[in-house]
Design a protein around this ligand. Structure first.
Ligand SMILES: NC(=O)c1ccc[n+]([C@@H]2O[C@H](COP(=O)([O-])OP(=O)(O)OC[C@H]3O[C@@H](n4cnc5c(N)ncnc54)[C@H](OP(=O)(O)O)[C@@H]3O)[C@@H](O)[C@H]2O)c1
Length: 212
């Protein structure tokens, strides 16, 4: 399979590329600064693309069989809280232009909780409500897009090694019992889903099994 990874320069993007290549897939790595995509493997085509720029997303996904997105706001001075909604509208448009059906966006468990962001309930969620609100809106839009979508909601991410000891739970507002997972295991979950299509049109959440 040829998989376009939007956000390929990020830490999760790097793990997704590693997982794709290990499993024998080809990769189109799309990033605002393609030189920052770490792998030099010849099976990666590196393309320049900003999620806010529709044409670059249309060009970015050309030739892919499936698209995985791992875009997150890194620049705290950037006051736009529409990266996920606007970005995915452009990505979905690119997929329509090229008749690509399969999309796996990485979202966050915060998107499941954002409907109740009272400051007394959870200060962190309250402060991040615009960020998670953008993700929640994106999830609804991509699920309604008519594409074959699986939204993968991640908990707090860490960079420990892949353990493949995580649970996957289906359902829009069901939280797993763990609170974190490695980016390498997240990548494994994404490619398991791309290879099996087990949860098409669904939202899944994952997390490490709690320590016993
Ligand atoms: N970190 C966590 O604990 C956590 C928890 C739950 C969910 N998530 C989600 O999981 C995903 C990966 O998280 P991460 O912490 O591993 O992220 P990360 O390494 O910081 O990567 C974020 C990526 O988004 C890209 N990006 C930002 N704005 C963009 C734009 N306008 N156009 C194209 N690409 C853009 C960045 O590219 P540049 O190199 O150009 O900046 C970077 O490659 C994100 O979707 C995040 O929201 C993260």
């Amino acid at each position: 399979m040829k998989v376009a990874i939007i956000g390929a320069s990020g830490v999760t993007g790097t793990e997704l590329i590693k997982e794709a290549l290990t499993r024998g897939h080809e990769v189109i790595g799309v990033a605002r600064t393609p030189e920052n995509i770490k792998s030099a493997d010849p099976r990666i085509a590196k393309r320049k693309g900003d999620a806010f720029d529709r044409q670059s997303m249309i060009d970015g996904v050309a030739g892919a069989d499936a698209v995985v997105t791992t875009i997150g706001k890194r620049d705290l001075r950037d006051t736009r809280y529409t990266l996920n909604t606007e970005g995915h509208r452009n990505i979905v448009e690119g997929m329509r232009v090229h008749n690509i059906k399969r999309l796996v966006p990485i979202s966050s468990l915060g998107a499941a909780q954002v409907k109740r962001p009272g400051i007394r309930r959870n200060v962190y969620l309250f402060l991040r409500r615009k960020y998670y609100g953008d993700m929640h809106q994106m999830e609804n839009e991509v699920l309604d897009s008519g594409l074959d979508v699986t939204v993968v909601r991640a908990p707090m991410l860490h960079n420990k090694e892949q353990k493949k000891a995580y649970e996957v739970i289906e359902g829009r507002n069901v939280l797993p019992s763990g609170t974190s997972v490695s980016r390498a295991d997240l990548a494994s979950c994404v490619f398991d889903e791309l290879e099996t299509d087990q949860y098409v049109h669904k939202v899944i959440s994952l997390a490490d099994f709690p320590e016993s």
